[in-house]
Each structure stands twice: as C-alpha cells, then as structure tokens.
Design a protein around this ligand. Structure first.
Ligand SMILES: *[C@@H]1O[C@H](CO)[C@@H](O)[C@H](O)[C@H]1NC(C)=O
Ligand SMILES: *[C@@H]1O[C@H](CO)[C@@H](O)[C@H](O)[C@H]1NC(C)=O
Ligand SMILES: *[C@@H]1O[C@H](CO)[C@@H](O)[C@H](O)[C@H]1NC(C)=O
Ligand SMILES: *[C@@H]1O[C@H](CO)[C@@H](O)[C@H](O)[C@H]1NC(C)=O
Length: 427
C-alpha cells in the first residue's frame, strides 16, 4: 500500500517529461565519429587525397574504429557531414554523391561500414541549400528519406541553414515523418532549436517528439574558449533544456575535439568529463588514423563512457559556483551521483576543492563511497557529510568523481529506486 502510493507520486512527478521520438533509437547518447570539425568542406582530393571528403576517408575511419578498439569502446556511427553530394540531383530528383569523390556511391559505402559492424550517418539540410551550398532537402523530404533508406543509411544529421525560420519546425517534423515512413530505423539528429533560438524559445516538447538529438548552440571550434562558451550557454539555459533529455532524445552540445590541436590535455579531460555529465552524444571529430595515445586513452576510458551512457538517462547540470570552481552533477542509476569539479581559474597551479561544498554531497548521509575517475583513477574511500576530503584540480581542468551511498542508507534508497523504476518505461 505504502509502496504503491509512493510509486504513484513518483510516476506522476516524472511523467511530465515529454515523449521521445518513437523509433527505438538513441536510448543512450549516440557514440561515433563525425567529419565536420576536423575535415570541414575539404573537397580537393587531387591535392589532399588523405583528408578530402571522399569514400576513402570514411572507409579508413571504419577500419581504424574496428582495429584500434573504438568500436569495442562503444563508438558505432561513422558519420558524413556536409559537402558529400554532387551539385546536381539525378534524373529522378534524387540526391547523388559526388561521383569523383564517392565513385562507389553511398550504398556501397554503407555496405562496407556495415560489414565492419558499424553504422553509417549522412547529412542534409531542412532548407533550400546546405550550409556549404550543396543541394538540400526542402521540397524533397520524402524522396530524400527514401533515398537514404534505400542506401542503408543509419543516421541523418539534418542542418538548418537557408530556411525561413517560421518553417523550421514543420520542416523538421515533415522529415521525421518521412524517415518513419521508409520503415528503416534512421537516427535523426536535428538543429531545429539552434536555428530557432534567435527568434523565440523553441518548443522542446515538440523537438523531443521529433528528433533523437538536437543542437542548441553554435558549432564547436578547436579551442578552449569554444568549449567554455558551450558550457556557459548550457548552464544559462539548463532550466529549459535539461528536462527534455532522456532515453530516445538528447541535447547535443556538438563534437568532441579530443585528439586535435586546440585543447591542452587537461582541457581535453574537461571536455570528456562535462560531455559525460551532460549526457551528450559522443561524436568525435578527429583523425583516428593519427591520434596521440593519451587522447585515445581518454576517449576510450570506459568509466567515463559508463557515466555518459548511464541507463537512468538523466542529464546533469551546474549546481554551484564556488571560488572560481563550477560544480556539475549528474544523477546516475542505483542512486549514485557523478560530480565534475571544473577549475575556471586559468592562472597558477592545481587548486583544492573541499568536497563538502558540493550541493549533492547530502547523499553521503550517513556514508558514501567516493571514486575519482579523472584526472586519474583513485579510490577515495568512504566519507560522510562532515568529510574533510579535498580534491585537487588543474587550471581549466576537471576532476570527475562518482559517489555511491553505502550501508544503512541502502534499504531506504533501494525502496526509492524500486518506486522510480516505472518511469523508464514511460519515457
Ligand atoms: C514509426 O512510428 C511508429 C509510431 O510512432 C512507431 O511505432 C514505429 O516504430 C516507427 N517506425 C520507424 C521505422 O521508426
Ligand atoms: C517567412 O515565412 C513567412 C510565413 O510563411 C512569411 O510571411 C515571410 O515573408 C517569410 N520570410 C522570408 C524572409 O521569406
Ligand atoms: C509544444 O508542442 C507540443 C507537442 O507538439 C504541443 O502539444 C504544445 O501545445 C506546444 N506548446 C506550445 C507552447 O506551443
Ligand atoms: C568503494 O568503491 C570501490 C570502487 O568501486 C570498491 O572497490 C570498494 O570496495 C568500495 N568500498 C565500499 C566500502 O563500498
């Protein structure tokens, strides 16, 4: 009786979360590789054959993903961004790949990627042209969806350039329906809110019903200031966006830069930690054929990936700003908590943060078990609300921790967890 009542209360509380797009995909944040940030619109295969947007690039990435442990770590989607098509549609009005750079065509590339046990992503745009000026899907939503399905494509990144903003929502919804109509499971990555924000607050209920993830903010660049601007935007809009994330649909803060040129290793750790806290899609944009071992180890760190992929599927958020530190927390399954302590003071050496100042530290009553994941793995032992534990964090670095409640709290927490469970089936 008592448990049933609790269940009812909890369920009605959480059922406010909107329904996700019902295509069975993205039950956890998408993991894979996407060409844009690293390879941009490089179409010069004569001068730069190794780095131009061509079928070779994706085949080589797929090869490396299998050989070098990426697939095993969970990275699954090999994704094409802008600049793949021919400037002309074919006689039937279908998009076609640039014949010089994709001599085998997309169907053959998809077959190749599938033969490696991976999935292929492609790119188009809801408007009249893609951002780089290639043919886009407006007026062709059904034809393009069917073409992608016929080719065996598994994911569509759908950009929002060259579109009257008043038509954005209807365009994204129309394409979502067109994808569904093909009968093929195609993960749908949108940029609807990014292009709508300049005009009005987007309707995240509608977006979650339509898309598997959605970009909210401008493109990531290979710099720490870009990462900071994404975190700042996310924190300042968290009251609007965080509750819209959950199994089936996620906020997308854009690609991982780890392994490129612009971030120090410490800053790469910060991106990985915060992307895990934000339940962000983990789409690397780097050159997997040539990546430094430390970056590779960071991207393949299973403990961080487990936080990102936590089955509870709740996005974390900024909970405190203390002494030039930002505290970000993410509730995890089994009543655990992930904590990221970001040192925003870009001056001096490592600084200590007193863990008691974390708002969520109250789960350590009466006791909790603390494990540090970044900057290095360290079991920090059992603590309580009065703990004197101090964590050291580099300038522009992040300490990532998990906290597990222990012992006498177990019974009470276990009951609560049982009560919360039905929520997953609702989402
Ligand atoms: C299409 O939508 C229906 C209803 O929401 C859903 O049951 C079905 O699985 C979807 N099909 C695909 C291929 O996404
Ligand atoms: C955008 O669409 C609206 C409504 O369809 C229309 O009134 C407006 O003129 C359009 N704006 C532009 C710049 O085309
Ligand atoms: C947002 O979209 C949902 C689902 O499509 C709809 O029911 C709701 O009325 C919309 N809200 C607003 C404020 O337009
Ligand atoms: C604390 O967590 C570590 C790492 O998971 C584990 O090895 C250890 O046994 C735990 N200690 C307690 C008291 O639960």
């Amino acid at each position: 009786m008592c448990r049933a009542m609790l269940l009812l209360i909890v369920v009605s509380l959480f059922s406010l979360a909107a329904e996700a797009l019902d295509n069975g995909l993205a039950l956890k944040p998408t993991m894979g590789w996407l060409h844009w940030e690293r390879f941009l619109c490089n179409t010069d295969c004569d001068m730069d054959p190794d780095n131009c947007i061509s079928e070779r690039l994706y085949m080589q990435m797929a090869d490396v993903m299998v050989k070098e442990g990426w697939k095993e770590a969970g990275y699954e989607y090999v994704c094409i961004d802008d600049c793949w098509p021919s400037h002309q549609r074919d006689a039937q009005g279908r998009l076609q790949a640039d014949p010089k750079r994709f001599p085998g065509g997309i169907k053959k590339l998809a077959d190749y990627v599938h033969s490696k046990g991976l999935k292929l992503g492609i790119y188009s745009d809801v408007g009249d042209k893609t951002c780089a000026g290639y043919p886009a899907s407006r007026g062709y939503y059904e034809i393009d969806a069917q073409t992608f399905a016929d080719w065996g494509v598994d994911l569509l990144k759908f950009d929002g350039c060259n579109m009257n903003w008043t038509l954005l929502g209807s365009g994204y919804i129309e394409m979502s329906k067109a994808l569904n109509k093909t009968g093929r499971s195609i993960l749908y990555s949108c940029e609807w809110p990014l292009y709508e924000w300049p005009y009005r607050q987007p309707n995240y209920t509608a977006i979650r019903e339509t898309c598997n993830h959605w970009r909210n903010f401008g493109d990531v660049y290979d710099s720490w200031s870009s990462i900071k601007s994404i975190l700042e935007w996310t924190a300042s809009h968290q009251d609007i966006i965080v509750s819209s994330a959950g199994p089936g649909g996620w906020n997308d803060p854009d690609m991982l830069l780890i392994g490129n040129f612009g971030l120090s290793h410490t800053q790469q750790e910060s991106q990985m930690a915060l992307w895990a806290i934000m339940a962000a899609p983990l789409l690397m944009s780097n050159d997997l054929r040539d990546i430094c071992p430390r970056s590779k180890e960071l991207l393949q760190n299973q403990r961080i990936i487990d936080i990102n992929q936590d089955p509870l599927g709740k996005q974390g958020f900024l909970t405190a700003k203390v002494d030039s530190f930002e505290v970000w927390e993410r509730p995890l399954s089994k009543n655990r908590l992930a904590i990221a302590l970001l040192n925003k003071q870009e001056l001096g050496g490592p600084r200590g943060f007193a863990i008691r100042a974390v708002p969520g530290w109250k789960i350590c009553n009466p006791q909790c078990n603390v494990t540090q994941i970044l900057p290095q793995y360290k079991e920090m032992g059992v603590h309580n609300p009065q703990s004197k534990l101090v964590v050291s964090v580099n300038p522009s670095g992040t300490a990532l921790l998990t906290v597990t409640p222990v012992t006498s709290a177990f019974k009470r927490l276990h009951r609560l967890e049982m009560a919360v469970k039905p929520r997953h089936t609702i989402l």
